[in-house]
Design a protein. Structure first.
Length: 129
C-alpha cells in the first residue's frame, strides 16, 4: 500500500506478515524529526540517526515476534523503509543516482554507498574487535 503525496517527496507504507506489522512514513524534504518505535532499542537509535543526519522526517512503528528473534522485525522494517524511499523519490528528477559517505558514529567508522538504480544489492563487512 504505497501513497506519495502529490508534489511532495514523501510516502506512507504498511507491511503486515505473520510475524510483523510495520508502518513507515517518510518525508525526504524534512527537518530531521524522527518518531521511531520498533521494540529494538539499537534499531530505533540507528533510524533516529538516519533521520537526523539525513534531514528526513521519519515515523516508524513496528511490532514483531521479538520473543522469537529480532530478525523478522529488522528485516521487515528495512524492506518497508526501502519501499517508502523508492516511492518518495518517484521519477528521481533532481536526484543524483549514487552517493557515499564515511562517518564516525558511536564506536564505529561507517561507510555507506547508496545507488538508486533500482537494482537491489547489499554487501557488508563486519570485524568485531
Amino acid at each position: 500500500m504505497a501513497k506519495a503525496k502529490s508534489g511532495q517527496r514523501s510516502a506512507r507504507i504498511e507491511r503486515k506478515t505473520k510475524e510483523t506489522e510495520v508502518r513507515v512514513a517518510l518525508a525526504l524534504d524534512g527537518t530531521g524529526k524522527a518518531q521511531v518505535d520498533t521494540g529494538i532499542p539499537f534499531l530505533d537509535h540507528m533510524l533516529d540517526a538516519l533521520a537526523r543526519h539525513g534531514l528526513l522526517d521519519l515515523d516508524v512503528r513496528a511490532r514483531g515476534d521479538l520473543e522469537v528473534d529480532q530478525h523478522h522485525t529488522v528485516e521487515d522494517v528495512g524492506l518497508t523503509l526501502g519501499q517508502a524511499l523508492r516511492t518518495a523519490v518517484g521519477d528521481k528528477q533532481g536526484i543524483r543516482r549514487f552517493g557515499d559517505a564515511l562517518c564516525p558514529l558511536d564506536e564505529a567508522l561507517v561507510q555507506a554507498v547508496v545507488d538508486l538504480s533500482g537494482r537491489p544489492f547489499l554487501a557488508y563487512g563486519l570485524e568485531i574487535r
